[in-house]
Design a protein around this ligand. Structure first.
Ligand code: NAP
Ligand code: G4F
Length: 324
């Protein structure tokens, strides 16, 4: 019998799925990932990390319970990471029902599939600081009450409580990682950091003149995705399942994040930034600031990458892509 550990990742083609696959492959895992069939190329992140042929892709969709059960059976996974989601907050007002189906009911489908096919497997739910929304404490930790401000936040709250409930009802090893914003060169272009770093690179190369943004006074606690996937793995190695906030403990405005990106290439946002009402949201999360104290104490996890390092890494990656 093989001693190779096997993991199943939903959302394997996303930012976190790619970094988590890389981490688990380095640790010697057999990595299986759910591939939700799309007409466009969704494997570019795995390709950029050079692991496209190492991840075993399984057809499936979070909204299809039978495909989740089959994936858990065929992969023989002992660790299941539910990272799949409609993860863009802005879209959740345009597609609230899809967001609820994928992010809320989809998580319940994975929990049910684990319960049916392998209740001993350790389960990770990709929960989010968006659940804090209209913040009820200056610094948010595992005990801070939730107040979601978007259909995305509402759907994720269902998934979070379903995870807690399956842990308490069925004694499943189900953990919820409440992760604050984390970014990387593999971040989707619709999210504000990558939108900024891509635009800064294009402006520097003379391919674009302006950068149009919405609420630049919003504050986020931004970290590096590569650091955050380690926290996910650590949660599933603990003797008992629990919930953890994963954050840097620092918060920065979108405006100041833009300054870092422009400064890196010797430009100023004042010459290029345009505020556009189109990018404001029906309800905003004004500020997020996480307290990672529990993750530090119990998991031994700490962020390693500063915001300055993160944003300059992203600008450099976008410059490389555009000049290739
Ligand atoms: P992402 O890049 O948007 O990736 C989302 C993944 O979900 C993609 O692989 C996507 O597949 C997949 N997916 C979407 N709908 C699906 C469906 N119906 N069935 C199966 N798979 C589906 O997101 P991320 O930044 O990696 O985030 C990973 C998870 O953490 C998400 O659940 C997100 O909500 C949560 N989270 C993220 C952050 C953050 O700051 N990044 C913070 C807190 C929590 P395609 O590639 O085919 O579209
Ligand atoms: O980059 P964002 O779109 O990320 P947001 O909404 O904070 O959500 C991300 O982090 C969550 C964790 O807290 C995840 F759960 C979620 O899946 C996702 O990964 O926007 C950040 C801030 C917002 O306040 C937004 O209003 O930037 C502000 N912003 C200003 N102008 C903009 C823009 N955001 C985007 N995407 N595009 C703009 O033009």
């Amino acid at each position: 019998m093989s001693n190779t550990r096997s993991a199943l990742i939903t959302g394997v083609t996303g930012q976190d799925g790619a970094y988590l696959s890389q981490l688990l492959l380095e640790k010697g895992y057999e990595v299986h990932g759910i591939l939700a069939r799309r007409s466009s190329d969704t494997l570019w992140r795995l390709r950029e990390l050079g692991i496209e042929n190492e991840v075993r892709l399984v057809d499936g969709d979070l909204t299809d319970l039978s495909s989740m059960i089959r994936a858990i059976e065929t992969s023989k996974a002992t660790e299941v990471y539910n990272l799949g989601a409609q993860s863009f907050v802005g879209t959740s007002w345009q597609q609230p029902l899809l967001t609820a189906q994928v992010d809320g009911v989809g998580a319940l489908n994975v929990l049910e599939a684990v319960r049916i096919a392998n209740p001993e497997a350790h389960f990770y739910q990709a929960s989010t600081s968006e659940m804090f929304g209209l913040i009820q404490a200056e610094m948010q930790d595992e005990k801070t009450p939730f107040y979601p401000r978007s259909p995305y936040g509402v759907a994720k709250l269902m998934a979070h409580w379903a995870t807690v409930n399956y842990r308490e009802s069925f004694k499943m090893h189900a953990s919820s990682g409440i992760l604050f914003n984390h970014e990387s060169p593999l971040r989707g272009i619709e999210f504000v950091t990558r939108k900024v770093t891509d635009a800064v690179a294009r402006i520097k190369l003379g391919q674009q003149r302006e950068l149009r943004l919405g609420n630049i006074d919003a504050k986020r606690d931004w970290g590096f995705a590569g650091d955050y996937v380690e926290a996910m793995w650590l949660m599933l190695q603990q003797p008992t399942a629990d919930d953890y906030v994963v954050a840097t403990g620092l918060t920065t405005t979108v405006r100041d994040m833009c300054h870092i990106a422009f400064r890196h290439v010797g430009l100023s946002p004042d010459d290029h930034l345009v505020i556009d009402e189109k990018f404001f949201r029906p309800a905003e999360v004004d500020v997020l600031l996480g307290n990672p104290g529990k993750a530090k104490a119990k998991l031994g996890w700490s962020p390693k990458t500063s915001l300055e390092q993160l944003i300059t890494m992203m600008v450099d990656a976008d410059m490389r892509r555009l000049t290739k």
